[in-house]
Design a protein around this ligand. Structure first.
Ligand code: ADP
Ligand code: MG
Length: 272
């Protein structure tokens, strides 16, 4: 028989060798039969590889922060149907190359939910990429200047899920809008996108410079899509209000020291 170490090396087992002793102990204690022991050992190796894959895909995704569905307080945002989000978390939209659009004012959790769904997709083994629309435009324009737009558009079809955040904060020129259209068109019915916007679809004409391109973009995006329209208060504002209340400890019924109008101004400053 070949030496175990040599077999591990040839089979490129990276995680089981270090855990073998523990796995054997476990098997002895539980009196596992041979097939169960083998399952346990292979599962140990697989778990290590999977963990490494998740870590590397998380790095590739370039999330600005890691957010999870478990961290999301649905009670705070009752306009969101949690069943819809739960269904999305099952990721059949990714399998079917469908899109998700999250609409709503600043601070209601659009980016949080987009990232959280991205994390789920990564855990399920999919490649994910996150970009703001602004970053995406910079990338596409640079690629065109350097005569490699086609290659870049092709690369942008590789991730199973592409998240484009913050549509609507900065209006696009006609030229930029047609670049974005090319991206949407490339991914259409091939791979999923999650888009977030503070503007309703009716205002996308303004965002994309003109109605014709906006209509063409929406036509493809929404053909197979789930739209979540979040109508509610900013979570950032809530946290600020609460911080204000806690600091001064007002008597019941007193006006908070941080009136909403001020907090709202801060919210705007946050965005800048
Ligand atoms: P948006 O993208 O809609 O402007 P974000 O997703 O960036 O808002 O949310 C703002 C901040 O508040 C983030 O730190 C986010 O994690 C947090 N947040 C928003 N909504 C919730 C919520 N319902 N539960 C927990 N955290 C939330
Ligand atoms: Mg956001």
């Amino acid at each position: 028989m070949m030496q175990l170490d040599a077999l591990f090396e040839r089979l490129k087992f990276e995680y089981l060798p270090d855990q073998l002793e523990a796995v054997c102990e476990h098997a002895a204690k539980r009196r596992l039969d041979y097939p169960d022991f083998l399952s346990k050992a292979l599962e140990t190796e697989w778990a290590g590889r999977n963990r490494q894959g998740i870590e590397s895909r998380m790095r590739q995704a370039r999330f600005p922060a890691v957010k999870t569905l478990e961290q999301f307080d649905f009670d705070f945002q009752p306009s969101i149907d949690r069943q819809v989000v739960r269904n999305l978390a099952g990721l059949s939209f990714v399998e079917r190359a469908e899109n998700v659009v999250l609409l709503g004012p600043p601070g209601v959790g659009k980016s949080h939910l987009a990232i959280a769904l991205g994390v789920k997709a990564i855990e399920a083994g999919h490649r994910v990429e996150f970009q703001t629309l602004d970053q995406m435009m910079t990338r596409l324009k640079r690629a065109r200047e350097e005569n490699r737009l086609d290659r870049t558009l092709k690369q942008l079809t590789y991730p199973k899920l592409l998240i484009v955040d913050e549509i609507g904060y900065l209006p696009l020129s006609r030229d930029e809008a047609s670049l974005f259209f090319r991206l949407v068109n490339r991914r259409y019915e091939r791979a999923s996108m999650i888009l977030t916007s503070n503007k309703s679809f009716a205002d996308w004409g303004e965002v994309f410079g003109e109605q014709v391109i906006a209509t063409a973009i929406l036509d493809r995006l929404l053909h197979h899509a789930t739209t979540i329209n979040i109508k509610g208060e900013s979570y950032r504002l809530k946290e600020k209000r609460r911080a204000g209340l806690l600091k001064s400890n007002p008597s019941p019924g007193a006006t908070p020291p941080n009136p909403p109008s001020n907090a709202e101004k801060e919210e705007q400053a946050d965005l800048a």
